[in-house]
Design a protein around this ligand. Sequence first.
Ligand code: FE2
Length: 221
Amino acid sequence: MGQIIQMFSHPVIAIDDYPDIDAIADQFYGKAMELMEEFPDAGLISDAWHSGQRARGADDIRRYGFTSFHSVNLARREDFAFMNQVALQVFAQYLQVVGKAGTGMRLDSAWASVYGRGHFVPQHTHPLSHLSMVFYAAATDGTGQLVFDNPARGHFQHFYPPELCWMPYRYSIQPKKGLFVVFPSYLTHNTEPHESDDYRVIYSANVQLDFARLTDADKQR
Ligand SMILES: [Fe+2]
């Protein structure tokens, strides 16, 4: 019997058993609602996302959805320390799973997004960071999947049509309250439209890993 060699992988981990995560999710939900009040000119998602449009008022937020990304960096906000600290612990778990335990890192940015009915985020990556995460403070079953595109999709499409191919072009994750998903920041992803009247509330964060190899000149100083 042959053995499959998993030559190259792009590890993504999902964590849904962080201790007391329900209470943390509820606390973040409340804080995200406060951010919507605090920043009526916040960034928008859905069709307004790629152009970086800002809200002209509550109507725009209702139409497109909310992101605090352009308004404030939650990684620097003391009142979001409860969430940022958990995020750093979850990033550390990722590094442990992939065999890089103890690697230093810096939480560069963090933001909240609130989706109403029909809202989504188009395909993107998270530039200038190594690892990224999403955390679902609220989500509705059966809708708004997080979809990763296979970085080798161009090659896999060689086996066409898709039903002929045994290697998936895309991979979908169903969001649920209390779920963390950590992924390499270069992975192209999007979210499917959120088809529910209940808000979907998300915390997102990026980290850079510490890496400093001294040059010979540095060592002589
Ligand atoms: Fe993203």
